[in-house]
Design a protein around this ligand. Structure first.
Ligand code: NAD
Length: 297
C-alpha cells in the first residue's frame, strides 16, 4: 500500500472525523461536499476537531498540521483527481449514494479504490454503479473515531482481496484497529451484536417486564459488563432505535410498542440521552456509576 492522497466525500458528522483522522496521520485529504454551505459547516467541525485532537493526543502541532493537509472541493472531478482512496460518507439514503457513485465513477482515476462508510447498506447494493466493483468495499468507522478506533472492512463477492488488504493496511496506518468481515453482513460485527441486544432490552421495557435500571443492573451484576443496554442507548441517542423500530412496526407488535414508548416517554420529553443531559439516566452523574448501584435491588 502506497497511498498518499485520500478523498473523503460528505463532510458531516462522520466524514469530517474520517477526514481529520486521515490527515492527522499524514495523508493529504480532499474533502468533497455538495455546496459551499456544506463546506463551511465542515470547516467549523474541523476547527472543533483540531481542538479535540490536540487535547486527546496531547499534540497541538500535529493537530494544526493535520488541519493544513485538508483541502476542500465542491467539484467531484477535482476532488478525486489523483486520489488513491475515496471514502464515502454521504447520507444514508440509497438514491443519494447511488447517484454519487454514478457521478464519481467516470471521473475517478483507474487507481482509486472506493470505500463506503455506510452503516446499514451493503457494498453489493452499489458495486455496479462504481465502474470498478473489484476495487469497491465497505470501510466502516465508529463515531468519535479518534478513541472508538475500530474499522470494519467488508467487501462484496466481487471485491478483489488485494484491495481489501490494502484498505486494511491503510486503516492501520491511521491508528485504527481493523476488523475484516469475511462475508457481507448487514451491520458488520458490532451492530450485528449491538442492535439485537439493545432491542432485547427495549422489548423487556416496552412489555413492562422490568424497568430500565433493573434490566441494566441485572446485566451488569450477572456479566460484569460496565454498561447495560439502557446506558448504551443513552450514548446512541433515541433517534436511531426509534427509526429502526418504526421501520419494523408492521412485522411484529413489539417493534410498534417499543417505537411508541420511545416516542411518548423519551423523545417527546426531550430525553434524547447523554446529548441532552437526560435519557434513561441523568447526566453527568448517572445512577449506574454510583457505588451502591450494583450492591442492592
Ligand atoms: P451527515 O448527515 O452528518 O453528513 C452527510 C454529509 O453528506 C453532509 O455534509 C451533506 O452535505 C453531504 N452530502 C449530501 N449529499 C451529498 C452528495 N451527493 N455528495 C457528497 N456529499 C453529500 O451524515 P453522517 O452521520 O456523517 O453519516 C454519513 C455516513 O456515515 C452514512 O452512510 C452513515 O451510515 C455512516 N455512519 C454514520 C455514523 C454516525 O454515528 N453518524 C457512524 C458510522 C457510519
Amino acid at each position: 500500500m502506497d497511498f498518499k492522497k485520500v478523498m473523503v466525500a460528505g463532510s458531516g458528522v462522520l466524514g469530517s472525523q474520517i477526514a481529520f483522522q486521515t490527515a492527522f496521520f499524514g495523508y493529504d485529504v480532499n474533502v468533497y461536499d455538495i455546496n459551499n454551505d456544506a463546506i463551511n459547516a465542515a470547516k467549523e467541525r474541523f476547527a472543533k476537531l483540531k481542538e479535540v485532537y490536540a487535547e486527546y493526543f496531547n499534540d497541538a502541532d500535529k493537530a494544526k498540521a493535520a488541519y493544513g493537509r485538508l483541502s476542500f472541493s465542491t467539484d467531484i472531478a477535482e476532488a478525486v483527481a489523483d486520489a488513491d482512496l475515496m471514502i464515502e460518507a454521504v447520507p444514508e439514503v440509497v438514491n443519494i449514494k447511488q447517484d454519487f457513485y454514478q457521478k464519481l465513477a467516470p471521473v475517478a482515476p483507474d487507481k482509486t479504490i472506493f470505500a463506503s462508510n455506510s452503516s446499514t447498506m451493503l457494498p453489493s447494493q452499489f458495486a455496479e454503479f462504481t465502474g470498478r466493483p473489484e476495487k469497491f468495499l465497505a470501510l466502516h468507522f465508529a463515531n468519535s473515531i479518534w478513541k472508538n478506533n475500530t474499522a470494519e472492512v467488508m467487501g462484496h463477492a466481487g471485491t478483489d482481496a488485494q484491495y481489501t488488504e490494502q484498505v486494511i493496511e491503510f486503516a492501520r496506518s491511521i491508528g485504527m484497529i481493523p476488523f475484516l468481515v469475511k462475508k457481507e453482513q448487514p451491520g458488520y460485527i458490532l451492530n450485528s451484536l449491538l442492535v439485537p441486544f439493545l432491542n432485547a432490552g427495549l422489548s423487556l421495557w416496552a412489555k413492562d417486564i422490568a424497568d430500565p435500571h433493573t434490566i441494566d443492573k441485572n446485566w451488569m451484576i450477572s456479566t460484569g459488563a460496565p454498561h447495560g443496554p439502557f446506558a448504551i442507548l443513552d450514548i446512541v441517542g433515541m433517534e436511531t432505535p426509534y427509526n429502526l423500530n418504526v421501520a419494523k412496526s408492521d412485522l411484529d407488535p413489539t417493534y410498534k410498542a417499543i417505537a411508541e414508548k420511545l416516542k411518548t416517554e423519551m423523545i417527546d420529553q426531550g430525553k434524547m440521552g447523554q446529548s441532552t443531559g437526560e435519557g434513561f439516566y441523568k447526566y453527568p452523574n448517572p445512577a449506574f456509576l454510583e457505588p451502591d448501584f450494583l450492591k442492592q435491588n
